[in-house]
Design a protein around this ligand. Sequence first.
Ligand code: NAI
Length: 330
Amino acid sequence: LPPPTTVTVTGAAGAIGYALVFRIASGQLLGPDVPVRLRLLEVPAALEAAAGTALELADCAFRLLADVDVTDDPNVAFDGAGVALLVGAKPRSAGMERGDLLEANGGIFGPQGRAINDCAADDVRVLVVGNPANTNALIAAAHAPDIPAQRFTALTRLDQNRAIAQVAEHLSVPVTAIDGITIWGNHSATQFPDLAHATVQVDGARRPALDLVDRAWYVDEFIPRVAKRGAEIIRVRGASSAASAANAALDHVFDWVHGTGGEWTSAAVVSDGSYGVPEGLISSFPVRSNGGDWEIVQGLDVDDFARQRIAASVAELEEERAAVGTLGLL
Ligand code: NAI
């Protein structure tokens, strides 16, 4: 076996963290032949709970788990990290303004970005899960000038997986029949789950998804359902999505490291200006990986409907960037 890869998980004592770390240790993040060293970062008040999780990790006797450290010091947590999963974030509490939320998270993601810059492996891959994920990733990247911005990403794979599941259910086809869905923009209710390039394998032929669903279902049911699925989960489950979010984080990193083959997926990555998204924003795109950096899929036709939807979500990202800029967080 190769030497272990250090995987840092922040917010490890939280709901997503608990759904994530056992699967990482079992090989589902980096593959069945890559040993991992887990570094769990928590706030002081949750260190004890994270230590309890570490005890359970030991009790699994995972053959790939080389070591577990629990710490509240970002410089220790990110030391040598090859993968950093930034899950811990400040949730919005009742009466909290958006500016307060961005500022509170800037206080977390700025210092973590700096610690990643100073301590992580040169080829570190960073995935931000904690919300507001896109802008938290932007803040972390801004504090890591020595690391290419392409290495800082935010999670929209959960939205992508939700979109696939909705189409599969609607058309009564397996999820494996569906290809080419894209999530554009912000991981928020303004996101645009786009079926324009999606295809579905039915009766031995690959057909455009939009030939198989009617427009009203697409615009009035599918798009809002995917964009607001997080709220639906909270309403039905009584708690926010955790296992599905952890699962999507594993998918994101696995595909980034192992490559996507011919298919594409969705991830929030730094914009190079593609599709009119202002350079430097961390926005969701159709992306491919060959095992190196994510590459934005080029050359897709974007019609007026899609252009407007993308622009609306990107406008929200620009507002968030302006707000954290004003707060001195970039
Ligand atoms: P949680 O509240 O159960 O856990 C969060 C954990 O983060 C807590 O244990 C807390 O102590 C820790 N934490 C807070 N500040 C920290 C810091 N500075 N350093 C290290 N740890 C810190 O929340 P849950 O359910 O695990 O969700 C985590 C985040 O993921 C939330 O922001 C949530 O909105 C977001 N989320 C994102 C999704 C996406 O698709 N991008 C999907 C679902 C959730």
